[in-house]
Design a protein around this ligand. Structure first.
Ligand SMILES: Nc1nc2c(ncn2[C@@H]2O[C@H](COP(=O)(O)OP(=O)(O)OP(=O)(O)O)[C@@H](O)[C@H]2O)c(=O)[nH]1
Length: 500
């Protein structure tokens, strides 16, 4: 999890809002102190922290805010200033499909440049860009082999040379070839330097002149903290079309310092690296970043992912409307979630699930377990997949066959069927004539809960319509307003469970 310590300290500070009845100046000061201490511990520059405190104080004029609106006002002021702290106020370059977009990567030795080249290639490839890599790092022995290995694993075409020692020649040749082959995205890896910025920028300019990149990206290691400011400034001066990727955000407490320092130079942060795996790269957006940091989720990012990966839940929704949930529905839902990336990252985008995301961690263990479950589905017959699993659960010989066929245990298969039972029961409560979906539709007809599609089209309007008919949901929404933020989604779900 990115900046887990900073996230939990900030969340703890802000959660004090829900524990008090009176918000006075003393209370505001105590929250501000905790927020500022948390930022300083994450190596955010003192001047930036002082500025943030000043701005928040200026926004919260308690004399003008009635007591019942104060919690929301304080929450909003802190949230807005945290977003401003990491906002670079400039957008990175957006590549277009159907033309060759050349991206050149530069960075000091060991910053994570070569690893990030492949991650970035995977990111674009998953979004339908034809992507290739060029290794112009002729300085470090083994750099080409590393890129080749990473690229082969991710099935990304690459170009490099074992004999040519001039990086400018390799870069030029590689870019030309990939352009000719019609690649949309061509990522050029250059050599790192050991704390020799001048040499780094000289080589960057030489290669740049040869390949004419549409964007140059500098890789910065989060562990440099606020020292990122000087590197970011030097880079901005030598490249007027540059963006930054900050790597190792998963492992370094100083990451907050690095991001705020780069933002202060108004150099766009394109992505952040959040682990060693190919999927551990996140597009950086200030608001989403702070929302996730505070455990508020990132619904915008989630919807973007759903659209990007063509997640289609229509069949499942049709089933749920009828009160049915089959094993195939469960399998398709799991496959869809896996398409969007590691489970811990998807969970982090759902409001209130930040803690769950932390628990899931990034070690790939959960994703491995999910894959094992998919093997179980693969060993089922078509008829079994289209059932609700009840009959299957009463056939021990089939369970044994499925466990053997999928390389799992009998307990694993029964666990999956147990999960399926819970989902099928929920679908039964949600669908049908007296189910939640039908009641929502009635509420929509009576009070207008959003456009077609009800919950999916406008969840907040749908929730408001439901609240009109259900005091517990109304209470949860009131609590959400008082806290100035999202309620804990898990408790809300618990509250809603059994009611439908
Ligand atoms: N935890 C974590 N490790 C990372 C991340 N990005 C890269 N690494 C690791 O950092 C180490 C250095 O990465 P490289 O990609 O070899 O670094 P480089 O900048 O290309 O190095 P040079 O080619 O020597 O300049 C490797 O062990 C990577 O796995 C990240 O976001 N998180």
């Amino acid at each position: 999890m990115v900046l887990a310590d900073l996230g939990s300290r900030l969340t703890d500070a802000i959660s004090n809002l829900s524990k008090t009845n009176v918000v006075d100046q003393e209370f505001v000061e105590s929250i501000l102190k905790e927020v500022c201490n948390a930022l300083l511990a994450s190596d955010v520059n003192v001047q930036l922290v002082v500025g943030l405190r000043k701005n928040i104080r200026a926004k919260i004029n308690l004399a003008e805010i009635p007591q019942h609106s104060r919690k929301r006002a304080v929450h909003k002021a802190i949230f807005d200033e945290l977003v401003a702290l990491v906002d670079c106020k400039s957008e990175p370059f957006q590549p277009k499909k159907g033309k060759s977009n050349v991206i050149m990567m530069v960075g000091l030795q060991g910053s994570g440049k070569t690893t990030t080249c492949t991650k970035l290639a995977v990111w674009y490839q998953r979004r339908g860009f034809k992507t290739g890599l060029v290794c112009a790092d002729t300085f470090r022995a083994g750099a080409f082999d590393q890129l080749k290995q990473n690229a082969s694993k991710a099935q990304i075409p690459y170009y490099g040379s074992y004999t040519e020692t001039d990086p400018v020649v390799v870069a030029k040749e590689g870019v030309q070839r990939l352009k000719k082959a019609g690649f949309d995205i061509i990522i050029v890896d250059t050599s790192g330097r050991h704390q020799q910025e001048r040499e780094l920028f000289t080589e960057m300019q030489q290669i740049s002149a040869a390949v004419k990149p549409h964007q140059t990206i500098m890789i910065l290691d989060a562990s440099i903290g606020q020292a990122a400011e000087s590197q970011s400034t030097a880079f901005k001066e030598s490249s007027d079309f540059g963006a930054i990727i900050i790597t190792k955000m998963d492992g370094h407490a100083k990451g907050g310092g690095a991001i705020s320092a780069v933002a202060a130079t108004n150099t766009p942060i394109a992505f952040i690296g959040t682990g060693e795996h190919n999927y551990d790269l996140e597009k950086f957006a200030p608001k989403s970043f702070i929302q996730k940091l505070l455990g508020m989720g990132d619904m915008e990012g989630l919807f973007d992912q759903i659209q990007t990966f063509n997640i289609d839940q229509k069949e499942t929704m049709k089933h749920i409307q009828k009160g049915i949930f089959t094993l195939r529905d469960l399998r398709d839902n799991m496959t869809n979630i896996m398409k969007m990336g590691p489970l811990s990252k998807v969970a982090g985008m759902i409001p209130g699930m930040g803690q769950l995301a932390n628990q899931l961690g990034s070690d790939g263990d959960t994703d491995y377990r999910m894959k094992r479950v998919l093997y179980i589905f693969d060993s089922m017959t078509e008829a079994e997949l289209d059932s609700d699993g009840k009959i299957l659960a009463s056939e021990p010989s089939r369970i044994m066959r499925i466990a053997k066929g999928s390389g799992t245990s009998v307990k694993d298969v029964y666990d999956l069927l147990e999960q399926q039972k819970i989902m099928a029961n929920m679908a039964k409560k949600m669908g049908g004539k007296n189910g939640m979906l039908n009641r929502m539709q009635q509420a929509k007809a009576a009070g207008g809960a959003g456009g077609p599609g009800g919950l999916g089209a406008n969840p907040m309007a749908a929730a408001q319509a439901m609240a009109r008919n259900n005091p517990e949901i109304a209470r949860a929404m009131q609590q959400m307003q008082n806290n100035g933020g999202m309620p804990d989604m898990q408790s809300l779900m618990k509250m809603m469970g059994g009611k439908f």
